[in-house]
Write a new protein. Structure first.
Length: 681
């Protein structure tokens, strides 16, 4: 057909559209708008196109409604007006137009012409998908729709079953942050469905999904840790995953029964009734030769509600490759391999304990209790406090497995879990490079450990970065060394005889340095110094002697220098925590709330703006939190730019001490003005 013929046909079409319009035909009205928009059969005129599109929309034509919304959104033939664009898009969607449903979801998602509402966005995405627009909807970027599309391909629901396409969309949704998709993707890798089995990738995605709160993934993660699939075997992690599953589901293991007594398990694969009987039968087979230690271990075994609460007398000859590892303020620390490994469960068939046995033994730490030959009940208090806190929080304190005795010097040694990365101080060079949300997560773990201590009516009294250990993947922290930990009531009534000061000077609250009683607020002060370390990457006052002068300066109000680019809200909280007046410091509960809110807002920001486009607002955030969130985002951006400039070299003053010691001796040796100030103020 020639160009002239086409032109003539378009002119005829335009003519008949005009005639039909005179008769009130709504579709013809929209056809006329189409002609004016593209200049078909008449001269192109966007204003007339808008006019006739509006007429058709007002006449009830759904397609015209969607077209009118587009014109208002783009300012085509009229002034740009997002609210009117939203209005007509909504009318078209309610009229059944599938493409309008998808566009309406985008309006809600971006907060264009209407208040942002992610739930409504998802609902309209779903409606569009149900209307047959699934592929296009998924490509719009909503991860929940991606997962829903993946489920359809996986189950053959409304479409032909296709595992490859299901995998593709699970992967897209998982990478976009959808927790359920992460678990499904992990299952693909674990089972090798239509692909090569990859246990490391399976473990990675199970871990990501578990961190997002997926219970099924948490259970699968426990299996990976138990069998060493995609990771190394880890008893503590197995128990942690099972406990988190219970915590999230708010259920118990009452539907699982003991093979012997047929009663419900008290915890995962643990029957307290049968196991306590078994422990009692074995009491005659071992002894520490100290009645207080025997009693401590026996009571723990009889009352253990799970394998994590079990303590044992561990024969020294079951420990191999004992090597010096580190030195604390009051004890030496060795690393060893425990041949037997920790108890897992009772094997009724073999009539023996199932244990975590490794070819090279189970890595443990041995902490020597100096001068402990004639140990008494009071001497064991530190470990009783630690053990009770361990029971109350299975992931915030390093696990104690039991006690042994060095046959050469007869000192008793605590056998505890080994944290591969060592103490927090050794990890500062890594922590300083983390994004704000990761640092806040680590700080929250310390807070939760402190919370257990404070809610047990205890005070740590010696919190510093040498008394916090880090797991090998940098996502777990464990509080240790409750050696100076005391019940609050004891500290408030103790006499001068017990009132010596121990600790690490830079972390000690000024009131403690003035020989006032420890309080929970003293721990909060110590926590503030750790907050500062997370922004500096170096220990506090590393360039000064830790002597009477520093003590004097701290009491007078000196604090570590605030680092450049630290978010103001973070600085404000840190300053409240190290306020000279203990009454002005936040409680552990207040700290937990504030840092949790920061984590929530920052995580939500990056979830919504995961493509790096920082234009979308975060819902459910007040003005103060919104400003705080932006400060952290800005700090993250600055960190990314300055990453190469971060120095990890730390020069320590020759008299800077970062292990606990008797501070009273420093004060007594100095007969000076500063001593008077410290004692009397």
């Amino acid at each position: 057909m020639s160009t002239n013929n086409i032109k003539n046909d378009l002119e005829k079409a335009f003519h008949w559209y005009q005639k039909a319009v005179e008769g009130g035909d709504v579709r013809a009205i929209y056809g006329l708008a189409f002609c004016y928009k593209y200049g078909e059969g008449t001269e192109k005129d966007l204003e007339k196109a808008f006019h006739w599109c509006q007429k058709a929309a007002e006449g009830g034509d759904v397609e015209a409604m969607r077209g009118l919304a587009i014109r208002y959104r783009n300012g085509e033939g009229t002034e740009k007006d997002l609210e009117k664009a939203f209005h007509w898009c909504q009318k078209a969607a309610e009229g059944g137009d599938v493409e309008a449903m998808r566009c309406l979801a985008i309006y809600y998602k971006n907060g264009e012409g209407i208040e942002k509402d992610l739930e409504k966005a998802f609902n309209w995405y779903q409606k569009a998908a149900e209307g047959g627009n699934y592929q296009k909807v998924a490509e719009s970027g909503d991860v929940r729709v991606m997962r829903s599309l993946a489920n359809r391909y996986y189950n053959g629901d409304g479409t032909e079953k296709n595992l490859e396409k299901a995998f593709h969309w699970y992967q897209k949704a998982a990478e976009g942050g959808d927790v359920g998709a992460m678990n499904s993707l992990a299952n693909y890798y674990y089972n090798g469905e239509r692909m090569e089995k990859d246990l490391e990738k399976a473990f990675h995605w199970y871990q990501k999904a578990a961190e997002g709160g997926d219970v099924e993934a948490m259970h699968s993660l426990a299996i990976c840790y138990k069998n060493g699939e995609g990771t190394v075997k880890n008893l503590e992690k197995v128990f942690y995953c099972h406990q988190k599953t219970v915590e999230i589901n708010k259920i118990s293991f009452k539907n699982e029964f003991c093979n012997k007594c047929k009663q419900p398990y008290t915890e995962y694969q643990w029957c307290q009734q049968c196991n306590s009987k078994q422990f009692r039968q074995e009491f005659s087979k071992w002894t520490s030769k100290n009645k207080y230690i025997d009693k401590f271990i026996q009571e723990a075994q009889l009352n253990a509600k799970n394998n994590y609460e079990v303590l044992e007398w561990i024969p020294y000859d079951k420990l191999l490759n004992i090597n010096y590892y580190d030195k604390g303020g009051f004890s030496k620390i060795h690393k060893a391999n425990w041949l037997d490994g920790p108890i897992d469960s009772w094997n009724f068939d073999k009539q023996q304990w199932n244990r975590w046995i490794f070819q090279a033994g189970y890595n443990v730490i041995l902490k020597t209790l100096n001068n402990s030959l004639s140990i008494d009940d009071k001497f064991l208090d530190e470990w009783k406090y630690h053990y009770n806190c361990q029971k109350n929080s299975f992931s915030k304190f390093i696990q104690i497995f039991g006690i042994t005795q060095d046959p050469y010097n007869l000192n008793y040694m605590i056998v505890m879990s080994y944290a591969k990365k060592g103490n927090l101080r050794k990890c500062l060079s890594d922590i300083i490079k983390l994004k704000c949300q990761a640092k806040l997560q680590l700080l929250k773990k310390i807070i939760l450990g402190l919370k257990v201590i404070h809610e047990s009516d205890l005070i740590h009294s010696d919190l510093h970065d040498d008394n916090i250990l880090m797991s090998d993947n940098h996502n777990e922290l464990f509080i240790i060394d409750l050696g100076l930990c005391k019940p609050i009531s004891n500290l408030q009534t103790s006499g001068k005889k017990d009132n010596e000061i121990y600790g690490v000077v830079p972390y000690m609250a000024p009131e403690v340095l003035r020989k006032k009683p420890y309080t929970p607020a003293s721990d909060i002060y110590s926590f503030s110094i750790i907050m500062w370390e997370f922004t500096s990457g170096i220990p506090p006052f590393n360039d000064k002697a830790h002597d009477h002068q520093l003590i004097y300066d701290i009491c007078k109000g000196e604090r570590p220098e605030i680092k450049k680019n630290t978010p103001k809200c973070y600085v404000d909280l840190m300053k409240r925590c190290w306020d000279s007046n203990p009454s002005n410091r936040p409680t552990i509960t207040e700290l937990e709330y504030e840092i949790s809110e920061w984590i929530r807002c920052i995580s939500k920001f990056y979830e919504i703006n995961r493509d790096g486009n920082d234009m979308y607002l975060v819902p459910d955030v007040n003005n103060k939190l919104y400003d705080d969130m932006l400060e952290f985002v800005k700090a993250n951006n600055t960190l990314a730019q300055e990453q190469t400039d971060i120095s990890t070299i730390v020069q320590l003053h020759s008299q800077a001490y970062y292990t606990s010691r008797n501070i009273t001796e420093i004060l007594v040796k100095e007969n000076s003005e500063c001593l008077e100030y410290i004692i009397e103020v």
